[in-house]
Design a protein around this ligand. Structure first.
Ligand SMILES: NC(=O)c1ccc[n+]([C@@H]2O[C@H](COP(=O)([O-])OP(=O)(O)OC[C@H]3O[C@@H](n4cnc5c(N)ncnc54)[C@H](O)[C@@H]3O)[C@@H](O)[C@H]2O)c1
Length: 344
């Protein structure tokens, strides 16, 4: 029997821009970035199927969409076929999905260092499931949120051809393995696979990261702040709203086949500067204590610098510097901070 990809092709849904009555499938929909992406897809008129197992994602991130007829939220564990087949099959047989956005993953790097099963299951096996779903339900375009963590530690400016790639965390390793699986799918049956290497992302609904951790600590003790690492960690940051714009841009412009793209500003901000911005915006002056290590935890890459020429050649450019992105996120936090104090 001929391999099934030979029966496909003309019946694949086109890679070009969706007609906006199209259906998008978003894995990790209840998470930080996933929930913002769902909002943007609904705003442009798509029907959206969101999938999450709520291991980290929150139903409340999508609560504002209850009653939206164009949105289906499905609880399913994508780390195994048994986990997704029952909840998803009948819906996917009915809907013609144009793009599969694969965001489901472990987002806690330290948890994956402590137990390698975490990244294997939540990051790599969810990618294998996403690709099986794309193949079985003839979805031509898979857009995957990869990470700067695939590069490991390097003093060089990172572009998509930098290598060899030696991740220093299971998180980075399973992202890289996922990119490889996506590339292999494009080599045989998938029309387009886009690996989008995100920088550090900040903004409302975040589930982890420096602007999740520090405000939690400050809420407990506004007078004293313990910071992981020496504070000289230096990385590019983008606001989640801008990230979603970049993802939609790539859906529109990335060519067929396998592609990998750095997304981010070409500058960085240190943790020390983030601490100043955050405490200043919240109107706090805690005693700040930094740790002795050059990084926050094992597996953390303390600094990297992005080059984004590939994305710029398609016409995209980061609109904000890292400090602006962090500043906007701090203002949002300050508003929530004020609201939560008022309701106490
Ligand atoms: N936030 C960042 O700074 C950042 C940076 C680089 C890459 N990324 C990538 O972007 C994507 C989204 O990140 P985020 O910050 O929104 O993280 P997040 O943890 O908020 O979202 C991930 C979602 O995936 C879900 N999930 C995990 N395992 C699952 C499974 N087996 N089945 C179904 N759902 C599952 C979680 O419940 C969660 O809602 C992830 O792939 C992450 O690796 C994020």
């Amino acid at each position: 029997m001929a391999p099934d990809f030979l029966h496909r092709g003309s019946d694949l849904h086109p890679v070009s821009h969706p007609d906006h009555a199209a259906t998008s499938l978003v894995t990790g929909a209840a998470g930080f970035i996933g929930s913002h992406l769902v909002d943007a897809l609904l705003d442009r008129g798509d029907r959206v199927i969101g999938v999450d197992n709520f291991v980290r994602g929150q139903r409340e991130n999508l609560a504002h969409l209850s009653g939206c007829e164009r949105f289906h939220l499905i609880e399913a564990d994508l780390s195994s076929e048994e986990g997704w087949r029952g909840p998803l099959t009948s819906l996917l047989e009915e809907e013609m999905v144009h793009s599969l956005w694969h965001l489901a993953a472990n987002s806690d790097v330290a948890a994956g260092v402590a137990d390698s099963d975490v990244d294997l299951r939540q990051t790599f096996l969810t990618t294998i499931s996403a690709l099986r779903i794309a193949r079985e339900f003839q979805i031509g375009s898979v857009l995957f949120t990869s990470s700067s963590a695939v590069y490991g530690e390097s003093d060089r400016e990172l572009d998509e051809d930098s290598g060899p790639l030696c991740p220093i965390s299971n998180y980075g390793a399973m992202k890289l393995a996922s990119e490889a699986a996506l590339s292999a799918a494009c080599g045989s049956w998938l029309q387009r696979g886009v690996a989008m290497r995100l920088p550090n992302v900040v903004g409302s609904r975040c589930t982890h990261g420096v602007l999740f951790d520090l405000p939690k600590r400050l809420a407990k003790d506004p007078e004293r702040l313990e910071v992981l690492g020496d504070g000289y960690q230096r990385k590019p940051y983008m606001h989640v709203r801008r990230i979603v714009e970049a993802l939609l841009f790539l859906e529109d412009r990335a060519p067929a086949g396998f592609g990998r793209f750095n997304i981010g500003p070409e500058d960085e901000i240190t943790v020390r500067d983030i601490v100043s911005l955050l405490t200043g915006t919240l109107g706090l002056s805690p005693e700040v204590h930094y740790g002795g290590a050059d990084r926050g935890w094992v597996g953390d890459v303390p600094h990297y610098r992005y080059r984004t020429g590939r994305l710029r050649s398609l016409g995209w450019r980061a609109q904000e510097k890292s400090a602006e992105a962090v500043g906007t996120a701090c203002m949002e936090l300050a508003q929530n901070w004020k609201d939560s104090r008022c309701s106490q």
